[in-house]
Design a binder for this molecule. Structure first.
Ligand code: HEM
Length: 502
């Protein structure tokens, strides 16, 4: 069910769109006024629209206070459904679970990514994702879901742990690190091992990292996003990097097949996947699918993990509760960590979930409307959203609605604990860090698993302190992330048990 668009992680896409938005507004100021216009053929009005000169204060807020502040102002003023119109492009924002169902589960013929993710086609090739039709894409999505389902995840815990232990064994007795940079390197090592396979991890790690870096850096430049096929130096570098990666993965696939070698990694799962008509995946498809999954999972997991550190190390109570949980698990299972042990880390799970509520790696999701639909707001207003509009589900606001999340600006993992479960207050579209409905992230369980493997290890083996101030969000990055270095000092613990309470 995944097309090329979907392969691209939404965080990157949405932030890119925000950049496009900023750039477009900077270069030309449209004129107009705020109106609540009636629908063309029936009595249901279109959502209130902000356009023309009213864009100027909105732009001012966007540039001075950021995306969240700008959207929050419009939400306070107009309620949960409003349209921002500039340069003829109309984007209707749907804020909160009450108005989000159609966004997430409307059929492809009525709501789709449109051509928003067209730029992913030259990244991953014409054989996967947005290079193929919806039928093939849906099948390829099934390959992902299957490769990342819990039964298949169990075998990744041991290799993940080995990578984590080996990585942190290189740290000294004590020292100072940039957590963001450390975790980025570690996630690439884990991804190489569990997703791409041991050929890459053992023999071609540096080459694959550098080609992948070239591929993403050059694809996510504003010009490449807007004009993915223009013959610019960036698109040429992108194409060279993709060609290199394609040939590396094609060679690995051929070698495994010719020697009948079978590995326990996601690459193997994609190689073994079959379409409903019995056809096997081709080399080009496997190559495109594996590059896309790496792209979808790496940055999101790195930023989530870094924010988890920043939040835990700034909230003593949460840090102590997380340590206490580790201690209880150690008492029960010793130092052994497996898939089931990770599932027992429910407080750590809530800590990570709360991080993604406050710092969702994808801050806004976008879709194109192909057929008019109506939405009813919580206050009882009904609006018709017309065909042709872009619609947006802004997580930066949705995850901070006070009637759903008590004290939304406070980091409080307990809000997700059993019995309280604020993420269920508004139904199934209340918490959408992993999107939802037809395009829900297939890597959610894998993502939690790897972040927990890392953080349980860090908590057990190191005393950590956040040295730099709590990071701001860098909204100017294509995928929002903590701005600048996240400096953390560490001191090795001799034995986790002796360092903890009780
Ligand atoms: C904290 C980590 C992660 C977050 C927050 C996240 C979030 C998301 C979101 C929001 C989407 C849907 C985009 C949309 O609605 O269009 C998505 C799609 C996807 N994610 Fe994740 N993701 C994470 C980690 C991962 C990991 C680790 C993997 C794989 C190992 C992965 C694989 C994918 C794939 C293949 C898609 C494409 C789905 C589609 O085509 O509809 N993600 N992810």
């Amino acid at each position: 069910m995944y097309n090329s668009m979907d392969m691209i992680n939404t965080s990157a896409v949405l932030s890119s769109i925000a950049l496009v938005f900023i750039a477009a507004v900077i270069t030309k100021v449209a004129w107009g006024r705020i109106t609540a216009r009636p629908a063309s053929r029936n009595t249901t009005p279109h959502p209130p629209a902000i356009s023309g000169s009213s864009i100027i204060p909105l732009l001012h807020t966007l540039l001075t206070k950021g995306l969240r502040a700008m959207l929050q102002e419009q939400y306070t003023k107009f309620g949960s459904v409003f349209t921002i119109s500039f340069f003829g492009m109309k984007t209707t924002f749907l804020v909160g679970p009450e108005v989000s169902a159609h966004f997430y589960q409307g059929p492809e013929s009525e709501i789709s990514h449109g051509n928003i993710l067209e730029f992913t086609v030259p990244m991953f090739g014409k054989d996967v994702a947005y290079g193929v039709d919806i039928v093939i894409r849906t099948e390829q999505n099934r390959f992902y879901v299957d490769a990342l389902k819990p039964a298949k995840l169990r075998c990744h815990v041991a290799p993940m742990l080995q990578e984590v232990e080996k990585y942190f064994a290189k740290w000294g007795q004590q020292g100072l690190v940039d957590l963001k940079q450390e975790l980025e390197q570690l996630f690439m090592l884990i991804s190489a091992r569990c997703l791409l396979g041991k050929e890459v991890r053992e023999k071609m790690f540096d080459e694959v990292c550098s080609a992948f870096h070239e591929l993403t850096e050059n694809s996510l430049q504003l010009t490449s996003l807007l004009f993915p096929y223009a013959p610019t130096p960036m698109t040429r570098r992108r194409d060279r990097a993709r060609a290199r990666l394609s040939s590396i993965f094609a060679e690995i696939v051929r070698s495994r097949k010719s020697s009948n070698r079978v590995e326990e990694d996601v690459l193997q799962n994609l190689m073994d996947s079959k379409y409903r008509d019995g056809r096997s995946t081709t080399e080009a498809e496997v190559t495109g699918l594996i590059m896309a999954i790496l792209f979808a999972g790496k940055h999101t997991s790195t930023t989530t993990s870094t924010w988890t550190g920043a939040r835990l190390l700034s909230h003593t109570e949460c840090l102590e509760a997380a340590l206490e949980e580790q201690q209880q698990i150690i008492k029960k299972h010793g130092d052994n960590i497996d898939y089931d042990t990770l599932l027992e880390m429910s407080f750590l799970h809530c800590c990570i979930k709360e991080v993604m509520r406050m710092h969702p790696p994808a801050s806004i999701f976008l879709r194109k409307v192909h057929k008019n639909f109506t939405v009813q707001t919580r206050e009882g207003y009904e609006y018709e959203v017309p065909r042709g509009h872009t619609i947006a589900s802004p997580l930066v606001i949705n995850h901070n609605i006070p009637h759903i999340y008590k004290d939304p600006d406070v980091y409080n993992p307990h809000r997700f604990s059993h019995g309280r479960e604020e993420d269920r207050v508004g139904g199934k579209f209340t918490y959408n860090a992993f999107s939802g409905g037809r395009h829900a992230c297939p890597g959610e369980a894998y993502a939690y698993m790897q972040v927990k493997v890392i953080w349980s290890h860090l908590l057990r083996n190191f005393e950590l302190k956040l040295v730099s101030s709590f990071p701001e969000t860098d909204w100017l990055k294509v995928a929002p992330e903590p701005r600048g270095k996240v400096e953390v000092s560490y001191k090795r613990r001799m034995l986790p048990r002796s360092m903890l309470k009780n």
